[in-house]
Design a protein around this ligand. Sequence first.
Ligand code: NAD
Ligand code: MG
Length: 394
Amino acid sequence: MAVRQVAVLGATGSIGGSTLDVIARHPDRFRASILAANRDSAGLAALCARFRPDLAIVADPAMEADLARRLAAAGVRCEVASGADAVTAAASGPLCDAVVAAIVGAAGLDSTLAAARAGKRLLLANKESIVMAGALLLEALREGGGDLIPIDSEHNAIFQCLPGGRPDLGRAGVRRIILTASGGPFRGRTRAELGKITPGEACAHPKWSMGRKISVDSATLMNKGLEVIEAHHLFAAPVDAIEVVVHPQSLVHSLVDYVDGSVLAQLGNPDMRTAIACALAWPERIEAGVAPLDLAAHARLDFETPDTDTFRCLALAFAALREGGDATAILNAANEVAVDAFLAGTLPFLGIAEIVERVLAELPAQPVVDVQTLVARDDEARRAARGVLHRAYC
Ligand code: NAD
Ligand code: MG
């Protein structure tokens, strides 16, 4: 069996770390041939010393010399590159067979599209790229002829519960896709109680340890909203066939409801290595380092309806998906700006939904034509979001 060469884009992040942990358990099957990060040259150099890739890339060109110096000092011989174009070129180039798309935010779009177009096995964690450019990404996948296996735990669960992973839902007899949500750290709170939330509190997720942006998205329920949009594209699911249920234990990762009344669920401890190992080895199963699920010790599985009056981002995501066109790209861009401002301390927690709502109202949806137009609309939405932020909060 040939060793699969894996590009880990976003190697220094939470998903990147979990991916490298799984790869390290199976040196006979996988090798991290490309490692890419934003600007943490020290973190990336340390990973290179351990994993010995062929190529290391920092997106920020200002950090390239520092990365090269650190690698030389550690006696690591690998190619060094920098810039967003280098990341995109590597994702479609000859040094990898599979690409783990684990860059956070719209910054992951180009490399994700490039990997799809080049027919790599695409392990998709970067949900923002499919939220922005769902139809274009699916077209790129068809063009490239490779597989996409979702790493987002909910979508990976659905993938596992569907015959063949991504069938025509109607013909497969699927009635609904049910996405579970932990509810985040503020489940059960009222709007009045959310006024003074700090970034530290928002990032303290009760069940999952993740990067800061997705942690805030989980706290606002925008993460679930992005996942509804992601499910719509990945599984060709009509918006009315996607439901969200809050499940605070985070053991049931999502469910598929069939017309005969069967509901298939995928369960496991909340550890991203399960989804990553599944996507790396599919259709085989490999050890992921995840503890066996002890159902008796957990004892209960609770489910409740999400409170979309308090957590308005989920309702906004459904509305953007219903609106169609590039509304979901506008939603994503406005959310990224708002989350950055919240993390920087210039926007209150409840202001995130307000900014997204105002930007969606300011920029009615337009049809998606191509990536260039979409990126221009992403820019326009970011400018609009900064405008709202400035007028309302500075
Ligand atoms: P993180 O913040 O921990 O890591 C982000 C990584 O992206 C870092 O390695 C960073 O250096 C890199 N990066 C950021 N901007 C970049 C740029 N412009 N160019 C190149 N690299 C860049 O985030 P994370 O929690 O690992 O999440 C990554 C993605 O996976 C997000 O889209 C998130 O929604 C998705 N995801 C994460 C989890 C999770 O459990 N962490 C679960 C499901 C989906
Ligand atoms: Mg998820």
